[in-house]
Design a protein around this ligand. Structure first.
Ligand code: ADP
Ligand code: CIR
Length: 344
């Protein structure tokens, strides 16, 4: 493998930190699942506009290829190789009371976590047989959920185009053909082994074998973050009775993309900010202060529609789950205050 020709169009953290020295040190290594440096960086090499540009194949990737991953992780999360991750899944510790403004400006609230099964490679390095086995383990566990979490698993293979399109349009299902996932090896054997589980009201959903083996999602319309968080925690605890998730003391929950490590949590709102979004500098000053990220309404790499934005926590590692949601709540309160000032 040759050192990639990182022209100035490359903006990713991978291109920034894969110096010639780091490349020489890592280029011939491979994990026990045969994941190599070439596999790790392929998405970032093929997609010049990648922000991160690297995916792990397994837990071992993060230690074997630490000279690259540690730098990316430190840059994105502000978390150094000597830091320790802490988890807090106690929803009573969140301070996020609902008020009139939150329900007025927030269209919907969604919190998801990524999880992968211990003793399996990540989706980037998994074989078809292993992926099918993951699907079986997870869907069987889900099919025995009770009460509010009770639902049905719908495999993607065999789902009608109308059904999948309407689930995507309504923000419940992942899109097909994402070029970042494609080049990371995450779309191999598509659509086999993939699917979505959801309860009747579509407030509890699980994606199987997308970017991570599980994406556990709690969502509903309006701005009640406490209710959404509490439902998610109940679901995670139920699933933990039936499977073991890949976790390590230093990096928390292991995910294929280094931005998701730690809590693997993204807590987001779709929020109407038509005035504030006219002044992007002011908007970004607030989101930066509260460690928030701005996305469009159709998910990552999409645009805003009608002044509605997806606002979510940026930090996921070295902060607890409660802190992730708290960042979002506090930041959203500040965004609403700024929007109200502009209305006057
Ligand atoms: P992730 O699963 O990492 O959060 P995306 O940004 O691709 O990935 O979002 C996945 C889907 O979830 C998209 O359809 C997006 O519109 C939807 N979504 C995200 N946040 C919300 C929200 N607060 N309300 C409704 N839909 C949401
Ligand atoms: C990228 O490198 O841009 C994609 N692989 C997505 C990275 C994760 N997303 C994010 O932080 N917004």
């Amino acid at each position: 493998m040759q050192y990639p020709d990182f022209t100035k169009e490359y903006k990713s953290l991978m291109a920034k930190y894969l110096t010639r020295e780091v490349f020489e040190e890592l280029k011939d290594l491979k994990t026990s699942n045969n994941f190599t440096l070439k596999d790790i960086i392929n998405s970032g090499v093929q997609n010049l506009d990648s922000g991160i540009g690297a995916y792990a194949g397994d837990k071992e990737s993060y230690t074997l290829f630490a000279p690259l991953f540690d730098k990316i992780i430190e840059d994105y999360h502000g978390f150094t190789k000597d830091d320790i991750h802490k988890s807090n899944l106690n929803s009573d510790d969140l301070n996020a009371p609902l008020n009139y403004d939150l329900d007025k400006y927030i269209v919907s609230t969604r919190i998801r976590v990524g999880r992968n099964l211990d003793n399996f490679p990540l989706g980037t390095a998994i074989s078809k047989e292993q992926r099918d086995e993951v699907e079986k383990i997870v869907s069987n566990a889900l099919n025995s959920m009770d009460n509010d979490l009770k639902g049905i698993y719908y495999p993607l293979d065999g789902m009608s185009k109308e059904n999948s399109e309407s689930l995507i349009k309504d923000h419940f299902l992942f899109k097909a053909g994402d070029r970042f996932l494609q080049t990371a090896g995450l779309n191999r054997d598509w659509p086999s082994g993939r699917g979505i589980y959801h309860n009747k009201n579509k407030t509890f959903l699980v994606w199987i074998n997308e970017e991570d083996e599980l994406r556990i999602i709690s969502m509903q319309s309006g701005g009640d973050m406490q209710e959404v968080f509490t439902r998610l925690i109940t679901a995670i605890k139920e699933l933990e009775k039936k499977m073991t998730f890949s976790y390590c003391e230093h990096l928390g929950y292991i995910t294929s993309c280094p931005t998701n490590l730690g809590t693997a949590m993204r807590a987001s709102v779709h929020i109407k900010l038509p005035k504030l979004s006219q002044d992007m500098d002011r908007f970004k000053t607030i989101t930066d202060k509260y460690y928030l990220q701005i996305r469009g309404v159709d998910g990552e790499h999409s645009k805003s529609v009608g002044g509605v934005y997806d606002i979510s926590n940026k930090r996921r590692l070295g902060v607890t789950e409660v802190q992730c949601v708290q960042d979002m709540y506090d930041g959203v309160m500040a965004l609403i205050e700024a929007e109200k000032l502009l209305e006057k």
